[in-house]
Design a protein around this ligand. Structure first.
Ligand SMILES: [Zn+2]
Length: 323
């Protein structure tokens, strides 16, 4: 596996790992509760206030709104997966020292309430998806049923709701900074407007009948609904492990039948299988789409805005848009 493989797991793998992560988490929390409870209510002597955000994407939004007044710490860093995260004792210390904690909600961070409890933190926990119209997605653990889809940040319109909630959460936790947070949010929202236009333009340049891809990563429901692209799951293919030759044969049939112009298959790492799909279907093989976490600072998705721009360009490139 590559060092970045943490991003590549399908949602299905994530859920399978959840039980194990929770079991590990339980033991850890018992220890944390003892270690952290006493010194939890730290004196807030430092001039900059500490905001803790669960994911790298959220942390970037908080940094943009918090500006100079706020130091931002991320719990789930690069190469870790927010769906199945196991908090560390260091995380509990961060939460204990936090002025305010920002979480995505919509079921993403099932591990968070226990972390906050164990840390002894009294900081307000702000759910940034408050007011976002939730979408549903297929429940991989229970075929035929659906669960709430937490990936709302993949719609820039929804990210603007995140920003408004972050602005209000910071102002409530640090009333003296209210004007600064409002000014920062206004400036950042204007940048989001511009990127939203760019993404719409890039996708609109793709002929309508070509706006569909096959992907094993079930994280783009909000993006697809907002910008008009169908993200189609491979039929009858196990996304839990490296695709087999039989899986690839099925994918090839599906691409032909549904006339799919491009595939983004992050759990097929065997270059021979990828070459076979391209050769036998003529479909374009897409690059990496970022869904749940930002890239390293030197990568193509170092910020939320860069991530949205990068994904739109990759899609336009693979689907034949004029981006
Ligand atoms: Zn996800």
């Amino acid at each position: 596996m590559t060092p970045k493989s943490g991003y590549r797991f399908s949602e299905k793998i994530m859920r399978h790992k959840k039980t194990y992560a929770m079991m590990k988490g339980r033991t850890l929390f018992a220890v944390l509760a003892v270690l952290i409870a006493a010194p939890a209510a730290g004196q807030d002597a430092q001039p900059r206030r500490l905001a803790v955000a669960t994911t790298s994407i959220l942390a970037d939004l908080v940094r943009n709104v918090g500006g100079e007044r706020i130091e931002v710490k991320t719990l789930v860093g690069a190469n870790a997966d927010a769906h199945v995260y196991s908090p560390t004792p260091g995380d509990a210390k961060q939460v204990a020292a936090a002025t305010v904690v920002f979480v995505n909600g919509l079921g993403l961070e099932g591990w968070l309430p226990r972390l906050v409890g164990a840390s002894g933190s009294k900081a307000p926990v702000v759910t940034v998806t408050k007011g976002v119209p939730p979408r549903r997605m297929p429940d991989e653990a229970h075929p035929g049923r659906s669960v709430i889809d937490p990936h709302a940040w993949q719609s820039i319109a929804d990210a603007k709701i995140y920003v408004a909630n972050i602005r209000d959460g910071l102002a409530a936790a640090d009333p003296a900074g209210k004007d600064a947070y409002e000014a920062n949010a206004r400036a950042y929202l204007a940048q989001l407007d511009a990127v939203e236009n760019e993404v719409r333009t890039a996708i609109a340049a793709i002929p309508a009948e070509r706006r569909k891809i096959i992907t094993t990563h079930d994280a783009f429901g909000y993006f697809g609904a907002a910008y008009g692209i169908s993200f189609i799951a491979p039929e009858g293919v196990s996304t839990e492990s490296e695709a087999s030759a039989k899986d690839v044969a099925r994918i090839i049939r599906q691409i032909r039948k549904q006339k799919i112009p491009a595939v983004f298959l992050e759990n097929i790492t065997d270059p021979r299988l990828i070459a076979q799909i391209a050769r036998e279907t003529g479909a374009a093989i897409g690059g990496k789409l970022y869904s749940d976490a930002l890239s390293e600072p030197s990568g193509p998705a170092a910020t939320y805005i860069d991530m949205m721009r990068h994904n739109a360009r990759e899609l336009a490139k693979a689907l034949g848009g004029r981006a």
